[in-house]
Structures are given as C-alpha cells and as structure tokens.
Design a protein around this ligand. Structure first.
Ligand SMILES: Cc1cc2nc3c(=O)[nH]c(=O)nc-3n(C[C@H](O)[C@H](O)[C@H](O)COP(=O)(O)OP(=O)(O)OC[C@H]3O[C@@H](n4cnc5c(N)ncnc54)[C@H](O)[C@@H]3O)c2cc1C
Length: 357
C-alpha cells in the first residue's frame, strides 16, 4: 500500500508542475504515469519568455537538452494572401523553442523523482473510492494507494474527472488533422500558419528531421472517407504557401485525427479532488500556449493545495479557480479578435460559426 498526501494522475507538464510545487511545500506526492498511446507529434512550440517559467519550476537543464531546437519566429497568412513574419530576433524575451515532447515530458518526470516524488509508472486507475477524508485507489496492476487528495492531470481525456462525473463543456468542435512528413525544408525555423476556407493549417519542423503539418477544422466539416493520407493531401491543395514550401519532401506521410476543442469543466476542484492543465481547461491550439499555461496552472494548483492542506480551508483554491476562469474569458476575447481579423470566407461554416454576433 502506498500512502501519500496527493496522488497526481498524468505525468505531462501540468502533473509534473503540480508535483514540484507540492514537494517544495513538504508534501508526500505520488505521480501516476501511463505509457503514452502511440500518437503523432503535434509539433508543439514554446513562445519567447517561457524559459524563465520552466527554469523556475524544473531547473535550467530542461530546455538546454540538445533535443529541443530554437525557434526564431512565426509567420502567418491570415486575413490576406500574404505571409506576415514575426521575427523573434526583435523580441526582448529572445527566441522560442520547438520541443521534442517525449524527451521534454520524460525530463520533467525525472525532476519530480529527483525532488523526492514517487513515480507509479505505466499504470492507470482501476477503481477509486472516497472515504470521509481520503481516497482508496487501485491501479491497473492492482497496487493500492491511499491519498488525501487526487489531481487529474490526464490531459484532454480528463479520465479521473470522468469517473467523478464532473461535466465538461466544449466551446467549439475543433479537431486537428495532423500529418507527419519525413524531411524539412530547412529555411524556416519556426511555425507557419495559414488560414483556409475550412479552418487553418500550421507547419512546424520537428527536432528529428520531420515536419508536422496539420489542419485545424471543425468535426464533421471534412468528410472523413477513404485513406487518411489521400484525404490529407487533397485538403493541403487549398493552401497558397504551405503546400509549395513542402514540395520536396511529400513522400512519406502518416496522418491522423486528434481532438483540439477549447473546453472547460464546471468545477476545477471539489471534495478531495482538483484538475490541472488540459483536463481542467483546454485552450485553442492557435494560442500556442497550452504547455506554458498547463505548467503555470499545475504549479499554482500545487501551491494552493498546499495552503489548503496547511490551513484546512479552500480560500487559495477558490482564488486559483477564479483566476483560471478569468484566463479562459480573456482567451475567448483573444480568439474573437483573431477570427474577426480573417474575413475572406464569411459564408463558409468554419468562419461563419466564429463571426461575432
Ligand atoms: C494540434 C495541437 C497543437 C498544439 N500545439 C501547441 C503548441 O504549439 N504549443 C503549446 O504550448 N501547446 C500546444 N498544444 C497544447 C498542448 O499540447 C497541451 O496544452 C499540453 O500538452 C497540456 O499538458 P497537460 O499536462 O495538461 O496534458 P498532456 O500533455 O496531455 O499530459 C497528460 C498525461 O497524462 C497521461 N494520461 C492520460 N490518461 C491517463 C490515465 N488514465 N492514467 C495515467 N496517465 C494518463 C498521458 O499519457 C500524458 O502523459 C497543442 C494542442 C493540439 C491539440
């Protein structure tokens, strides 16, 4: 039997950050991680300024790993047919990063271990039972855990919250049609974004010589029939800039659909439970801030939970929850600003449904 103060389920950025904060406050933390299901890389990048946040929670070695590459800008074709480039060289916060996600997440978990956290690896929850002041958890390999609090950091699946019946509200029907190609064009070290009538595309060179190219659209708008790769290629034809920039390496392609809705939960914490990162609030991939927000949200949850455990009240958790609903509100205003800036296809369903009332 493992006895701990807090069990965190999900060893991604939000779960690891929550663990680090709680460990710093002297709590006994177990982090349950599951071997990630096979998935295509989303090509996640971090904007300038994120380094300081990550260093302050996990230490400086994380982003120094040679697997991550520096990003020097973004360019977008949004609202007109031309590229508009934002060069990070002019940014006082410096460059951004394109992450090797498996290395990044692995390194975060190693920092949790080094800080005194317990890793429960390659497992997930089999059953969960609430007592007056604690939870009894059985894992898929039938190990027993007793904890005072449980944190859901399982990403968009929110698998603990689903068990607890905590409602999720999706603000859109977005889905990502991701393709991963062999090779890179080598000329642009950053993310390229291009709006099309059915949504918008992005392409990002991955650290290992591959490139992620994805269409963000709404579920049901693209008729998903036949082989995914052929459909992906046919949809790419609609781009003015992204397809030509890929001409030389379009041979090896794997493609798949992934959820990309903006969503939130009716509560971010309750009796003996809390949620962090995408499990709590999942932001639009257009913001490129899911990882930094998940890390800060997890770290702040850890601190609020520690305050609550010390002082036996929920004031810090209430304030934390309020801040994140406010952030969601601001995120909605920012999305509306970007949608308003793209007016080329007002009658197409993707853009029509996003027009301000
Ligand atoms: C198409 C797309 C592009 C994106 N691009 C960017 C970008 O450029 N920059 C950016 O910052 N963000 C981006 N994001 C968002 C970013 O990926 C997420 O916001 C971020 O990964 C959230 O971190 P998390 O820790 O909350 O969840 P996750 O990273 O999803 O981690 C959850 C962890 O929990 C584990 N897990 C799941 N279920 C269980 C279970 N039952 N038991 C145990 N473990 C479990 C998973 O294996 C995983 O390790 C993008 C998202 C999408 C969809």
């Amino acid at each position: 039997m493992i006895d701990c103060d807090v069990l965190i389920v999900g060893g991604g950025p939000s779960g690891c950050a929550a663990a680090m904060s709680l460990l710093r406050e002297g709590f006994d933390v177990a982090l349950m991680t599951r071997r990630p299901a096979h998935r295509l890389w989303a090509g996640e990048s971090l904007p300038p300024g994120t380094g300081e946040l990550i260093n302050s929670i996990f230490g400086e070695a994380i982003l120094d790993a040679p697997h991550h590459v520096k990003a020097y800008g973004t360019r977008s074709c949004w609202g007109s047919d031309d590229w508009v480039e934002t060069d990070f060289l002019a940014n006082p916060l410096g460059h951004g990063w394109i992450l090797d996600r498996s290395v990044f997440d692995h390194d975060l978990r190693q920092e949790v271990l080094a800080a005194g956290g317990r890793l429960i690896q390659d497992q997930s929850i089999r059953s969960l039972r609430r007592h007056l002041l604690s939870w009894d958890v059985t894992t898929t390999s039938r190990a027993k855990i007793r904890c005072r609090w449980i944190v859901d950091a399982t990403g968009r699946s929110g698998s603990v919250l689903r068990r607890l019946g905590i409602k999720r509200t999706a603000l859109d029907r977005q889905t990502a049609f991701i393709g991963v190609l062999e090779g890179q064009n080598g000329t642009y070290q950053g993310t390229s974004i291009e709006a099309v009538s059915e949504g918008w595309w992005y392409s990002t060179p991955l650290p290992h010589g591959k490139t992620v190219v994805a269409l963000i659209t709404d579920r049901g708008l693209v008729k998903a029939s036949g082989p995914k790769e052929a459909l992906w290629r046919s949809k790419l034809e609609a781009t003015i800039h992204i397809k030509p920039s890929l001409q030389s390496y379009q041979k090896d392609l794997i493609a798949g659909w992934y959820p990309a809705e903006t969503s939130y939960r009716s509560h971010l914490f309750g009796l003996g439970w809390a949620a962090a990162g995408d499990a709590a609030i999942a932001f639009d991939p257009l913001s490129s801030q899911g990882i930094s927000t998940a890390i800060l949200m997890g770290a702040r949850l850890g601190k609020a939970l520690a305050d609550g455990l010390h002082e036996q009240d929920h004031a810090s958790l209430d304030a934390w929850q309020r801040d994140y609903y406010l952030l969601l509100h601001e995120h909605e205003a920012l999305r509306a600003y970007y949608w308003h800036a793209e007016s080329r296809w007002p009658e197409y369903p993707f853009w029509k449904s996003r027009r301000p009332l």
